[in-house]
Design a protein around this ligand. Structure first.
Ligand SMILES: [Zn+2]
Length: 181
């Protein structure tokens, strides 16, 4: 049975010890090969002909099962984290131009939180529903559900919209976790 671990700010936690917004992750069993000395059991660095760092004997490969946390993308990580404190439903995403005309529409609270996929949550918004223009040329619109928008920096500014039950509680928790504001 796969064990569940909780990830928050670069650390893994057990259930019960995990901060409220920690992301539940499955621990996945993977097979790893290590090179072990048949004489003294010391492990060698991998190389064309791995040798024991202590006695110099030729090492032998040994397969070992390792448990590593699964990798989830930003939207999934946020969905799981938010669902722990208030039910969250992912509604979609839209790319924002960093200095585009609609940026002032966002009265978000700045945050700086790393997500398990390495992207960063840079801000969070909670308020009334509003529509954003997706871009200047096609004129299509994107609905921000009002409940929450998470803005993630991952090469471009991406607004991930979630519907949550208690947006203000979530914003408070996120703000406290970010360590400033
Ligand atoms: Zn050895």
């Amino acid at each position: 049975m796969a064990e569940v671990a909780y990830w928050w700010r670069g650390r893994l936690y057990r259930e019960g010890e995990a901060p409220p917004l920690a992301v539940p992750l499955k621990l996945v069993r993977v097979e790893a090969v290590e090179w072990v000395c048949p004489r003294c059991g010391e492990r060698a660095e991998w190389g064309p002909e791995p040798r024991c760092p202590l006695c110099g004997a030729r090492c032998e490969p040994r397969t070992r099962v390792e448990e590593v946390p699964e990798l989830v993308d930003a939207a999934e990580a946020l969905g799981r984290a938010f669902s722990r404190v208030c039910r969250a439903r992912f509604r979609g995403s839209v790319a924002l131009e960093p200095w585009g005309a609609f940026m002032p529409l966002f009265a978000w609270r700045p945050l700086d939180l790393e997500l398990p996929d390495g992207s960063r949550l840079v801000g969070v918004y909670a308020g009334k529903p509003r529509f954003l223009k997706r871009g200047f040329r096609n004129g299509s619109t994107f609905e921000l559900p009002g409940n929450l928008a998470a803005v993630v920096w991952s090469g471009l500014l991406e607004c991930l919209a979630f519907e949550v039950e208690e947006p203000l509680k979530l914003v408070e928790l996120l703000s406290a976790s970010a360590g400033f504001i």
